[in-house]
Design a protein around this ligand. Sequence first.
Ligand code: SF4
Ligand code: SF4
Length: 340
Amino acid sequence: MEKIDRSYLRYIRYAVQWGIFFFLIYAGYKFYIFIEHFASPDARNLTPETILSLRSPSVEGFLPIGALMAFKLWVTTGIFDRIHPAGLVIFIAAVFMALLLKKSFCGWICPVGALSDFVWKLGGKIFNRNFVMHRYIDYPLRSLKYILLLFFIYIIIIKMPPFAILGFLEGDYYKIADVKMLYFFTEMTTLTFITLLILFLLSLPFKNFWCRYLCPYGALLGLISFFSPLKITRNKGACIDCGKCSRNCPALLPVDKKIRVRSPECTGCLTCVSHCPAKGALDIAFTKKRVLSPVIFAVLVICLFFGAIGIGMITGKWHSATTVEEYRHIIPQASTLEHP
Ligand code: SF4
Ligand code: SF4
């Protein structure tokens, strides 16, 4: 067997994931200052440009349900959401990534995925191992995210007519949906705190608890990723059956028993490839014979995601059309404004 060390693939992924994670923490901090301005009389002394520059549109990535509505509106009418266009751009990027590069949005970009990854690794250190649910519990739990996805598809894609979506997207509630999302964390209710604590505690022993069982966004991207031409592919001839790929897979996939990993749980994280010691045994590939360099795969993930953002910026579909005057009027009502 010719040996190979591709551990650098993990470091490339960590750099991308955590770079985005810390950028979003910084964007969230600036967004907090942005909102605070509307609670302070000094806000009137600042120019609208100065105030708006504090708000990074990337925070709209935390509004996936609004993005799903905006996606339907865009596909059915051609109208592109003006209120949170960045949310829609990020959603479209994630869908395209799933179509071409497996569920790589989950494995490389999503900050919740990064956090989840960190928490189960921490759990592994605390308990000396991670735990696996019995399959009779694991299967029904895994269906929860698909049930949630079906619910949103039924409510938004099937039941909600485009004019109702437009009305919602242009309403005051959605204009500050990002503000309400921040308040969800900064002004946490006891129920929210307990829910997040339970999720955290369950994420310690079980790998990617949130992503594996509950995230409807990941469920959607997983289903779309069936169409991805690229799949983790094992070459039986070169494989030495060491099982390192399966042992290290965050999605608990039996990689060493497959020739092509078709599962919707595969995030294209390349952890299996990075751990495989046998040259030519495991790759990301179009077919058994047409292999793609994993570094090129990583470059494609980065280019597709940031390329979509770049296109959004160039075409004027990145910054919200909500004006400072509208924010001045609506933000003070944020805590009392109810879902229409
Ligand atoms: S099969 Fe490989 S690429 Fe897919 S989730 Fe598992 S470790 Fe990541
Ligand atoms: S494909 Fe999996 S089992 Fe085969 S050599 Fe690579 S890590 Fe080991």
